[in-house]
Design a protein around this ligand. Structure first.
Ligand SMILES: [Mg+2]
Ligand SMILES: [Zn+2]
Length: 182
């Protein structure tokens, strides 16, 4: 599923149509928890007061965008499927995250999430690559020259399955330290 990202100038369908016309875009796909924000061990970010940006992450995203790459978040949010939080809760978290980024002049191109619990065996929960396939329907993406950056092996497995280059953050390693390679 995709969280719509509003802009002042165009609605999302216009942006998507525009994206299709352009040359294939290089993308940095980012996992969310443990890459963008602090992971809550054994819990889910259910509201924005539980959301904390990791150090340097806003500058990291800004750097990626300045290099002309798109930034797309690909995130498992099984707290929804487990009944711990709702899709509205997640939408609120993402809306406020995007608003805070916007204040810093940083724009994220899209957010795709899997709401299912693992038992369902869906095709979108990482390590599956269904969320990448959803992104491919919305944007013209040069997958071979794109990156998936995550903090867990399932992120890397999903990125490899989709056909991206991948980078596994070591414990304590920050996104800002690795974006120079993208
Ligand atoms: Mg993670
Ligand atoms: Zn799913």
């Amino acid at each position: 599923m995709r969280h719509e990202i509003k802009t002042n100038t165009m609605d999302s369908s216009a942006i998507i149509a525009k994206a299709r016309q352009t040359q294939p875009q290089r993308v940095v796909f980012l996992d969310r928890d443990g890459v963008i924000n602090k992971k809550l061990e054994g819990d889910y970010v259910k509201s924005y007061n539980e959301f904390e940006f990791l150090p340097g992450v806003i500058d990291a995203i800004r750097n990626i965008k300045q290099k002309g790459l798109m930034v797309i978040i690909i995130t498992n949010q099984s707290g929804i499927g487990r009944g711990i939080m709702s899709e509205d809760d997640l939408a609120m978290v993402h809306e406020q995250m995007l608003a805070d980024l916007k204040k810093e002049g940083v724009h994220i191109d899209a957010i795709y999430y899997c709401p299912h619990s693992p038992e369902i065996g869906c095709e979108c929960r990482k390590p599956e690559d269904g969320l990448f396939k959803q992104a491919l329907m919305d944007f013209n993406i040069d997958l071979k020259n794109s990156w998936m950056i995550g903090d867990e092996l399932k992120d890397i497995a999903a990125g490899k399955k989709a056909g991206c280059k991948t980078y596994l953050l070591a414990q304590g390693e920050l996104l800002l330290d690795v974006v120079v390679h993208c």
